[in-house]
Structure formats: structure tokens, C-alpha cells
Design a protein around this ligand. Structure first.
Ligand SMILES: Nc1ncnc2c1ncn2[C@@H]1O[C@H](COP(=O)(O)OP(=O)(O)O)[C@@H](O)[C@H]1O
Ligand SMILES: Cc1cn([C@H]2C[C@H](O)[C@@H](COP(=O)(O)O)O2)c(=O)[nH]c1=O
Length: 222
């Protein structure tokens, strides 16, 4: 029986790496698959991993219809045994419904990879639909760590180094500050940092924690 699988974790837990590995392992056994993504950091129509691997993929925009795409491909004689769907948090709930239909009606395995919650700690609509529909939802074993050493459970967004909790939901970016392109005049530099819940709640990023620990002790005025 084909399955709809959702593999999730915070940013930087190896989801894209696992997506590419899954594709490699299935292809190595002669299975024929299709790779999909949406808004990858490396550009349009590409699945990229921080470990250096990348592969061409079909870009999924809001108008893309998985059901129609698959039926048309099969009708034209193509073979599809499985689908790998990276950055699935950006897919619409309707697109997740289409993927579930592809699994059930066409017996094609669908492996989805993506983060669960946005920088405000709210579920992405696509990820929420996946949790509702997937045969299996698995949290990746590689744990990203908060600066305090605890397991990171939340994705924080910073703008010019300051954590924010309001703004556009979709803003492509990375967690590695050394990889950030410096902001030009008037441009806001957006980055991400994974944090434990407590430090996300307090808005305490690594930089802020460092600044607080370096600041002189307040005088004990009563
Ligand atoms: N220089 C490195 N050496 C070893 N592992 C690395 C290195 N850089 C990144 N990684 C691994 O790659 C993971 C991120 O992989 P990636 O597939 O890009 O994550 P995701 O798609 O979840 O954001 C990190 O959790 C880390 O384990
Ligand atoms: C939290 C959050 C993230 N994003 C973007 C930032 C990245 O481009 C991707 C996640 O990619 P990864 O492979 O899991 O590192 O999502 C966003 O647009 N909005 C958010 O709130």
C-alpha cells in the first residue's frame, strides 16, 4: 500500500538531505520518482542541502495541481513510483489533499519534508494539513540545538539581528549568520535561528544572550 509520509523538524535538521537521500535510495533500486520543492534557499526548482548536495526539482507554486500533473504524466505513458516533496510547509492545504489523493487512488508513495511552525510559532497551513492527513508523521532524529544546549523546537526570525514576531509568513532565509548576504542600505537583513521554547518565548537569541551576559551588573539600588 502506498503511503503519505511527513518528515518534519525545525530548520537545519537535515530534511532536505534526507529528501535527497530518499530519492537516491529509491532511484538506486530502479524506482522512478519525481522531486518537488517550493522556495528553496538556493533558487527556483532546486532541492539543496547544507551538506552540499542538490538536485533539480519541479517548483510548486500556488497554482500547481499535483493530481492533474500526475494524471497527465501517467496518461502520457510516464511511470511514477514515488514523489519527494521538499519545503512542503509552503504547499497549500489543497495541494496536500491532492497528494493524499495521489497516494490513495494511484498507489504512488509520497514523502513530504518540511517545518511545522513559522517564526510566530504558528502551524503553516500546509504542514497542519499534512499532520491531519499523513499516514505517518515523523520527527527527524538529528536535533538542532538552541544556544543554551537544549533541543531546539522553534524557528526564530531576526531582522538586522533582532528577533521579530510579526511580519510576512514566507521569507526565504538561512540559519547560518556567516552565510548571510549583508544588507545593503535600507534593506532589512532577515535570518533565522533555532531556539528552545523558553528562549523563543523570551526572545532570547544567541546574540542577545551574549549581550546580556556582557553588560555590567545593575547597581543594587533599592
Ligand atoms: N559542515 C558540516 N558538517 C557536518 N554536518 C553539517 C555541516 N553543515 C551542515 N551539516 C548538517 O546538515 C544539517 C542541515 O541539513 P539540511 O538538509 O540543509 O537541513 P534542513 O533541510 O532541515 O534545513 C545540519 O543539521 C547538520 O547536521
Ligand atoms: C520559520 C520560517 C521559515 N521560513 C523559510 C526560511 C527557509 O527558507 C525555509 C525553511 O527551510 P529549511 O530547509 O527548513 O531550513 O522556510 C519562512 O518563510 N517563514 C518562517 O516563518
Amino acid at each position: 500500500m502506498a503511503e503519505l509520509t511527513f518528515r518534519t523538524g525545525t530548520m537545519d535538521t537535515g530534511k532536505s538531505t534526507l529528501a535527497l537521500q530518499t530519492n537516491h535510495n529509491h532511484a538506486a533500486r530502479g524506482r522512478v520518482g519525481r522531486l518537488f520543492t517550493s522556495h528553496d534557499r538556493a533558487g527556483v526548482a532546486i532541492v539543496s542541502s547544507r551538506l552540499g548536495l542538490s538536485a533539480h526539482a519541479q517548483e510548486v507554486d500556488g497554482a500547481f495541481d499535483f493530481w492533474r500533473y500526475t494524471v497527465e504524466a501517467l496518461t502520457q505513458g510516464a511511470r511514477i513510483d514515488y514523489m519527494i516533496c521538499d519545503e512542503a510547509q509552503f504547499y497549500t492545504p489543497d495541494q496536500i489533499d491532492q497528494l493524499a489523493k495521489v497516494v490513495d487512488e494511484l498507489q504512488i508513495d509520497v514523502f513530504c519534508f518540511g517545518i511545522l511552525t513559522d517564526f510566530r510559532t504558528r502551524l503553516f497551513p500546509g504542514a497542519a494539513r499534512l499532520v491531519e492527513l499523513a499516514d505517518r508523521t515523523e520527527v527527524l532524529q538529528v536535533e538542532a540545538l538552541c544556544w543554551c544546549g537544549k533541543r531546539a523546537t522553534h524557528n526564530a526570525r531576526t531582522e538586522n539581528g533582532v528577533m521579530v514576531t510579526e511580519g510576512e509568513v514566507v521569507v526565504v532565509g538561512d540559519v547560518d549568520p556567516t552565510e548571510q548576504v549583508p544588507a545593503v542600505d535600507d534593506e532589512v537583513e532577515v535570518a533565522y535561528e533555532v531556539l528552545c521554547r523558553q528562549h523563543h518565548r523570551r526572545g532570547l537569541t544567541a546574540a542577545r544572550a551574549r549581550a546580556v551576559s556582557l553588560s555590567p551588573e545593575p547597581l543594587p539600588f533599592s
